[in-house]
Design a protein around this ligand. Structure first.
Ligand SMILES: [Zn+2]
Length: 340
């Protein structure tokens, strides 16, 4: 029997959002889903594709999408609507768990048991990440979501009721946001995801909260100067606090000014982001948060990435010895330090 491949951990996929809002049947093989979907290359992830990739663990989001008159007329406009969207997504993850398609992970013991089982059956584990905290109707509801299995919370996406974010309003934490930080501080089962926090929110959050910290899907601002990305000081702070940063493989986040239709860059475009973070805070803080299914298609990923299995091509490109850690080992070590 050949040894299992090193586990892939992807710290950011919007699986339930894609299934429920985009209507993708993620239980299909990827080729089949692409045949059914007229735009062809947009689905880049399905559950069978994750099995094929050797994805041991995915941070799977509850992503309630806010109303926007052009981009999202169906989005939420109230905390109750955001709450309901996130619950529907959670229900889907639970159904997949019951059907044996995934294993939901909420504790260190479950993680260890899962990884042993994964070596035999390849079933991906899911750790639930709330991206944008509006589904938490009030900060005292954090415990409800922790009971429900949420282990990671990112207060912002665009600006939310809690925090300035990457788009549509970029202030600092709101009064409610400061209360949420206090609630997170008192809730050891949930870590803070700094991705999408505006820079003022980021620094305020770190003042108020000293628990486990990550940036599930963020690249350095060094090569693409936009508030969505991390400044050198933010990267250093994440490193000092023991955080791991998931690299996003989206061309517009890798190459300044890149637009759909431009030639696809090669993997080196992603590697320079990883190497820059490593230079600042060390390779042990570098992981993957691919965001492959963040609404763009394979043509918007660097060559030769077309689906999750291709992330293993990083082995040819990374410095010797760091591949297993970057592929998943660093996230697993981080989780083992704090998961309940
Ligand atoms: Zn995101």
């Amino acid at each position: 029997m050949k040894p299992p491949p090193p586990p892939l951990v992807d710290a950011h996929l919007d699986l339930a959002h894609n299934a429920l809002e985009a209507g993708f049947d993620l239980t299909l093989p990827l080729e089949e889903l692409r045949r059914r979907y007229p735009q062809g290359d947009v689905p880049t992830v399905t559950l069978p594709a994750l099995v094929e990739a050797g994805a041991a663990l995915v941070f799977a989001t509850l992503f309630a999408s806010p109303y926007h008159p052009e981009h999202n007329p169906e989005g939420y406009t109230t905390p109750d609507e955001a709450h309901a969207q996130a619950l529907r997504q959670l229900e889907l993850y639970r159904r997949w768990h019951e059907e044996g398609r995934v294993r939901l992970i909420t504790t260190r013991a479950e993680l260890d048991g899962h990884l042993k089982a994964w070596e035999g059956d390849g079933v991906p584990g899911l750790l639930i990440l709330m991206e944008g905290a509006d589904p938490i109707r009030t900060p005292d509801e954090l415990g409800f979501w922790a009971d429900a299995g949420v282990r990671l919370v990112g207060p912002a996406w665009g600006g939310t009721r809690y925090a300035g974010g990457s788009w549509f309003g970029t202030g600092g934490l709101t009064e409610l946001g400061r209360e949420l930080m206090a609630a997170l501080q008192d809730e050891p089962r949930v870590a803070l995801d700094a991705s999408h926090l505006s820079e003022p929110s980021f620094w305020e959050a770190l003042e108020l909260y000293d628990g486990p910290l990550l940036a599930s899907h963020s690249n350095p601002r060094r090569f693409v100067d936009h508030e969505r990305h991390l400044s050198e000081a933010m990267i250093s702070a994440l490193g000092e606090r023991g955080g791991v940063i998931g690299t996003v493989f989206y061309n517009a986040f890798l190459v300044a000014g890149w637009q759909r239709g431009d030639a696809r860059p090669g993997l080196e475009a992603a590697l320079r982001h990883m190497a820059h973070v490593a230079e600042l805070i060390g390779w042990e803080h570098v992981g993957i948060g691919s965001d492959f299914d963040g609404g763009f298609g394979a043509r918007e990923l660097p060559e030769p990435l077309d689906q999750p299995a291709d992330l293993r091509r990083l082995e040819e490109a990374l410095p010797a010895g760091v591949f297993p850690g970057v592929l998943g080992g660093h996230w697993l070590a981080w989780l083992r330090r704090w998961l309940p």
